[in-house]
Unconditional design. Structure first.
Length: 286
């Protein structure tokens, strides 16, 4: 196994990658929990080993969530706790690059659990297939994993089950790496420079403005945000965006109205509202 620093100079097809996916009891890492982990290793451009386990969430699973992934409490009766699973999961991913579809969501559930084992997952090279697909496969009707798998005729199993989704994501990743090679992006270093993973937050200080704190949460949890924005013509317009990177004084985001990536000045955002996965409808005035 190569050291992490050695991975950046490797050709894309030679990078060892661990692709993973989670099923959870809900969408909020502060109150919800992991109930299934699935992972697959990608080596030399092929899917190799797999890892899969149920996880005891120690809380109820709402019926509407069970209806999505079909994981029932009875299936989790003898499942290990997340703390018991983590050393095995971290051993499986080793020193590989990590990848996932909207991986910021998965990392928000696993980051704290990895720290007692001396691993900070945010310090790994990270590939987000949702982010890369927006960059490398523009103008798709949807960037949901199900939609991309169907449109691109990717091998797939039961959607919304962790191992099947991880394997589908791995096939999508291989296609995206091929697209990157067409753009003369040959190494991980070049890929990170051209299309960096947007979801790694800097340290947030107490004095950080509420807007910046909430935008970083939106980036990490893959939340959309409704903003009231005053444009260069001094017009106040509402836009629904998916935040990607925050480099003050600019927010870089995908604008769903324009269907393109745009930059927004933070001082021109007059109000904002976090959308899914939250259910709040209160607009926060700045």
């Amino acid at each position: 196994m190569k050291k992490l620093e050695d991975l950046y100079s490797l050709p894309l097809r030679q990078i060892p990658i661990a692709v993973f996916d989670l099923e959870t009891t809900g969408l909020r890492p502060q109150v919800d929990a992991v109930c299934e982990i699935g992972a697959v290793r990608v080596e030399a451009g092929a899917l190799t080993e797999t890892y899969s386990t149920f996880v005891q969430p120690q809380r109820d699973i709402p019926q509407e969530v069970i209806d999505i992934h079909n994981i029932t409490p009875e299936m989790l009766t003898d499942a290990p706790l997340l703390a018991e699973v983590m050393p095995h999961f971290l051993g499986f991913i080793g020193s590989s690059v990590i990848a996932g579809h909207n991986i910021g969501f998965d990392l928000s559930f696993l980051h704290a659990a990895s720290l007692p084992w001396g691993v900070d997952l945010y310090q790994r090279p990270i590939l987000d297939t949702a982010h890369l697909a927006r960059r490398l496969l523009p103008k798709q009707k949807s960037y949901a994993l199900v939609a991309l798998a169907q449109h691109l005729s990717l091998p797939s199993g039961s959607f919304h089950r962790a191992l099947d989704d991880a394997q589908t994501t791995a096939h999508l990743l291989l296609l995206l790496l091929h697209e990157a090679e067409k753009q003369k992006i040959d190494t991980l270093a070049q890929l990170e420079k051209t299309h960096p993973f947007p979801g790694t937050p800097p340290p947030i200080h107490q004095q950080s403005p509420p807007l910046e704190k909430d935008l970083w949460l939106a980036i990490q949890h893959q939340q959309q945000v409704l903003i009231r924005y005053r444009n260069a013509r001094n017009e106040a317009v509402e836009r629904q965006i998916s935040p990607e990177r925050l480099i003050s004084p600019y927010l870089y985001a995908y604008c769903h109205l324009r269907q393109e990536h745009r930059s927004f000045r933070l001082d021109r955002i007059e109000s904002y509202k976090l959308l899914e996965p939250t259910t709040s409808t209160d607009t926060t005035e700045l």
